[in-house]
Design a protein around this ligand. Sequence first.
Ligand code: GLC
Length: 720
Amino acid sequence: MKNYEKQIQALLSKMTPEEKIGQLQQCGPSLVGAFDVSFDELLNMMFDGRITKEEFDRLMGTAEQDFHEDDLRAGKIGSYNGIGDSATANRLQKIAVEETRLGIPLLFGYDVIHGFRTVTPIPLAESCAWEPALWEKTGRVAAKEATAAGVHLTFAPMVDVAKDARWGRVSEGAGEDVLLNGDYGAAKVKGFQGDDLAKEDAMAACLKHFAAYGAGEAGRDYNRVDLSMQRLWEEYMPSYKACIDAGARAIMPAFNDINGVPCTVNSWLLRDILREKWGFNGLVISDSNAIAECVSHGIAKDKRDAAKQALLAGMDMDMSSNSYVECLKELVESGEVPEHVLDGAAADVLRVKFELGLFDNPYQTNEERESLCLLTEEARSIAREAAVKSMVLLKNENQILPLKSDARIGIFGSLAADKGQMTGAWAIGARPEDCVSIVEACEARGVSYQYSEDGKDMLKIAASSDVLVAAVGEMKEESGEAASRADITLSREHLALVRDLLATGKPVVVVLFNGRPLAIPELAKHAPAILEAWHLGVEAGPAILEVLFGDVNPSGKLTTTFPAATGQCPMYYAHINTGRPGGKSKFTSKYLDAPVEPVYPFGYGLSYTTFAYGDLKAEKKEDAVRVSVSVSNTGERDGEEIVQCYVQDVAAKRVRPVRQLKGYEKVFLKAGETKEAVFTIPLEELSYYDWDMNKVDCEGILRIYVGGDSRAELMEEITL
Ligand code: GLC
């Protein structure tokens, strides 16, 4: 990355304190119209029934967006969030560049979480591909589209390790494992930023939410995070560090506190660790309104106190709370905030703007480029590939799947036709009409099918069908932000639909659409076939049919544990054994009313072929452990197997997880073919923290397990 320090200091020397503070202000367009309350309040009025949906829509029809142009001209705005079109972006950029005293260009941020207009599978789905090259490829597609629409920075990747399925934002990351989250995040950073951030199709990655947002107590969003330093460093921090090491140029501190100090004002996190220890010199931008919310946290007595604490702690930019523009001038004048601290924050903003090439080239797109770059055939084909690779075949009794090409299908459930639901959470640039549903895909493919949204005519349809498909799971609003659920079972309606379909006696294939692991013990027991189809984006329908009809052999593997009951949450594979590991005996660690094992474990997924493992070898070589294993395709058709390598340190200075993923590789095998998979695990990656937070090496017996999921039994022991 080019060094812009001279230009930054030269510019800072010309800037007034107000102009420096202006650079720290990110605002979103606020909705104004024939309603004299804030948009959020208007929403609340609809949700709590004070106005009807029709009234809300009528009022919204009067809404315009106020872009605060006068503040912009006065140099009080440095960035916008949520501008998703090139015409508006260029209009605002023109004001910044031509009508402000110093002409400092704007930075446009946007939540490009899994695609911009070409919506790809939700991150939790895509993580089930276990394929960094794919994650980077879809990140590149997102960057090409979003930058064409004027976006310079995306608030992604989200790499919050999530072990509690009740949390709605498990949909936005790579599941419960810290290695996978780190690999996923690093790949996305490379995809978003490309090889040169100054290029017009590159956008800065803003990794989030720093740190341990996924460890919220009870899986409730925004809730407290209270965990040991050992667990913070072993199970959460590595995924953020992997993104920093991959070159992410921005980071978003999390809403939550860590052990009582909100990340937003946590100088240990934002200065000691992020900057001093990790050497990060990019942009630190708050989550939405998070600075002002430090008052609610109970760490700041008012907005002024929150602004002071946040800036001193290392928060550069204020997303939409207006705390900085309202309070910093007086804080600097009073000397409570030294001007050099303000300079440091402004320098971080300017640095990313220089790195993005915005000073030399503030207009990096136009409406023509935008129209050419959105929803291209190439983008759709990559979205289709990602959708196919994200699906996980959970059950396939008596080889019901793949279906014969002339099978007559009875399709039931609104999710089979509701295109808008296919985008999943955080797809703000998506348009439902861009998505293809299962029903539409059947039409396009010439499948012999009948469709019933609510089960009407079920017996008649079943009588003239070879197989029945139940499209059940979650609506997209049931996962994502502020969507924690206290009950993660299938809805009563969906369960009743599946039971009725099973009662017809015809083979039933359940296609699940969900943004989190669900507790589905009854489905697992009684449904003969289950395909986990998450929320797959624009190509959902065609991709699902490609798997159901066997055009492709599914290869996805779960990156989260599926519990039998909500009450088991948090349930995750890398757990500790305890002195009484759950078993048949009464006095062991388990529930009276739930099984010890999950319904589907981390790393699990079936194929239309079968695989066998053998010849496992493990040895210590210099400063690493080398593991090799043979994998054979013992079935009738070609397929891909995600080979997983886990370790267990059986006697350590602190108890260690029964399994930890330390390597994985997706291996293509022709029917009957055998290949060798090799993993090299640096000893450093086996170290952990003792009681006093000293980093200690793994010593003594180390068990290595290799197989097709986290219950792999093939094991070798070595002594370190
Ligand atoms: C939200 C989310 C964050 C998102 C931000 C900007 O509250 O927590 O992930 O990037 O606001 O939209």
